[in-house]
Design a protein around this ligand. Structure first.
Ligand code: FES
Length: 570
């Protein structure tokens, strides 16, 4: 098979000389003759602390690539640290995907190993790989080990929300809150709850893009390096077999990813990422597929934020394959993986070792899990709620809206003792969608009013056009589409309007007549918050980003451009 990289390296002319000569730097003479050039797209960065250990993982991948006869090539790519990047890492997901795609296409590369971990990194890498369509395989960087505080395990993310609410509710001192900071992050790796990073690693494996059995291996576990080594070898094999995303990722793969997402009680963020990845592959995945496929699936994993345990427990209990074995009848047996084998071929020996962490299918945590897709006056194109993370008594609820036009407006007023809000109110936050913020931040799980926390209220219905951290919980209706800034009806809600939520009926409605709504215009404060950025990526993003219900990708990035080699540069 003629390698793509031979279009740089083969031949005796001046151009081939230039390409080879500058790449030699100690590599053997035969490095450019029929040896697959494998990029290691690496999101390691000190500013993405969850991925800071990936250089060590890359070293193991390099060994595997060399061993299998390939040439490994480090390719640092845009890295997004969820806790640092402002205004929100999601604003840069598509930029990271675009930059990675272009660098893979522009360089003499035959295949790629994708190293990600923190929330947006695996999605952006997979979007890039789907669009450039070179043989690609993911090594998820793995979760951190369980930290403890005052003798109890601490789930990063989830317990931050809980502890900060306790401070606001007066049941935890500020000193103890600060003390917990150094216990939260015990080791290298990404968040150890079933947050977005853990979810996307597991979903990537269910999709078929990770060597089965790898995702969820804790970052400090030596078996991660073993898997990285094996992945390096596999990448070389994939080039030989021409095993590109377009050859093994199908609708069946996404079906399995949605089943896995539901069974592990994964993050709502996976919806927007899977839609975007499918869009790059030209697979017709729609929002309702998540409800249709996922709502039949039992939640088997008792992990925070919906449950009790953390990723280290999950790995010890058998990991993703043990979960999938329990529900193998719900999986599509046709879906293939990076190894060329169907996913279901890996389930036979996958046993549950701790039935508290991973429940057997006959004793699920929640009989019907998944992510419910709501529609109604407030969300004509759809909105999401994760029933397993919501309070059962709020799944059918009517209450008066208390409306906030931005997250700043929310913070300025939420703890005002004179705010007209009670436990039945519905908190509505807008201006947080892809265009409005811009970047669709994780603000939908609004903190509750201090005065209600002090009364013991721990959950309320909240409605927002933004996203929610995968580590958060509560009765939160999110990803409302169209968002307020794109002309969605959310922009017309006023404080005092009655909002009704009925999850069983899949409805989110506003009890305001059509006639009355037709006479309303968004207030100026709402629109002022949506001032478009004037230049740079943010301008491009706001002009071209699509709504959450289709994956929030840029309109001109949908689909694939393939790996065609461009014109010579000299
Ligand atoms: Fe990186 Fe949670 S902040 S995974």
């Amino acid at each position: 098979m003629k390698l793509r990289s031979s279009q740089w390296y083969a031949g005796q002319d001046r151009n081939a000389y230039i390409h080879r000569a500058w790449m030699r730097r100690g590599v053997p003479d035969d490095a450019f003759a029929d040896r697959p050039q494998i990029a290691i797209a690496n999101t390691a960065s000190d500013l993405t602390p969850c991925n800071a250990h990936l250089n060590e993982v890359a070293a193991s991948v390099r060994n595997g690539v060399y061993e299998a006869g390939g040439i490994p090539l480090d390719l640092p790519v845009v890295s997004l640290g969820e806790t640092n990047v402002r205004p929100t890492a999601m604003l840069w997901r598509n930029m990271a995907a675009m930059a990675t795609e272009e660098m893979l296409r522009a360089n003499p590369i035959d295949g790629v190993v994708l190293l990600g971990g923190c929330d947006k990194t695996i999605p952006s890498l997979l979007m890039a790989a789907a669009s450039v369509d070179l043989p690609a395989v993911v090594v998820p960087g793995g979760p951190m080990l369980t930290g403890t505080f005052r003798g109890r395990p601490l789930g990063c993310g989830t317990d931050v929300w809980k502890l900060s609410e306790e401070v606001r509710g007066g049941t935890l001192t500020q000193e103890d809150f600060t003390r917990s900071e150094s216990a939260m992050i015990r080791s290298r790796g990404h968040c150890n709850t079933m947050g977005t990073a853990s979810t996307m690693a597991l979903v990537a494996e269910a999709l078929g893009t990770v060597i089965p059995g790898t995702a969820g291996t804790p970052a400090p576990d030596s078996r991660l390096l073993q898997a990285a080594h094996g992945t390096g070898r596999l990448a070389v094999e994939m080039v030989g077999a021409d095993r590109r995303p377009a050859t093994f990722l199908t609708r069946a793969s996404f079906h399995n990813a949605i089943v896995a997402l539901a069974a592990v009680g994964g993050s709502t963020n996976a919806v927007v990422h899977l839609l975007a990845i499918a869009g790059r592959l030209g697979i017709d995945l729609v929002l309702d597929d998540f409800d249709r496929i996922g709502s039949r699936v039992p939640v088997l994993v008792d992990l925070q934020p919906a449950g009790r345990f953390l990723m280290e427990d999950f790995h010890r209990a058998g990991g993703l394959l043990a979960v999938l074995r329990e529900i193998r009848d719900l999986l599509d047996p046709e879906a293939l993986t990076v190894t060329g084998q169907p996913l279901v071929n890996y389930l036979e020996d996958a046993l549950i070792w701790d039935g508290e962490v991973i429940r057997p299918s006959e004793q699920p945590l929640v009989a019907h899990g998944g992510i419910a897709v709501l529609r109604g006056d407030l969300a004509p194109d759809g909105a999401l709620i994760k029933p397993a993370a919501a309070s059962p008594h709020l799944l059918k609820h009517r209450g008066r809206a208390v409306v906030f036009d931005s997250i700043e407006d929310f913070h300025a007023r939420i703890d005002d003792p004179d705010l007209d809000v009670d436990a039945n109110s519905v908190l509505v936050l807008r201006g947080c969608g892809p265009k409005g913020y811009p970047g669709m931040p994780e603000v939908s799980n609004m903190p509750l009013p201090k005065k209600l926390l002090e009364q013991g209220v721990r959950d309320m219905v909240r409605v927002c056009d933004g996203r929610m951290s995968g580590t958060a919980y509560g009765t939160v209706v999110l990803h409302v589409a169209p968002e307020a800034a794109a002309g969605g009806p959310l922009a017309l809600v006023r404080t005092g309007d009655v909002v009704s939520l009925d999850v069983a009926a899949r409805r989110i409605d506003l009890d305001v007549s059509e006639d009355e709504l037709a006479h309303r215009t968004p207030n100026k404060a709402t629109l002022d918050g949506f001032a478009a950025p004037r230049r740079g990526w943010q301008r491009l993003y706001v002009d071209h980003v699509q709504q959450a219900d289709t994956g929030a990708d840029l309109d001109f990035l949908i689909g694939s451009s393939g790996s065609d080699v461009s014109r010579e540069s000299h």
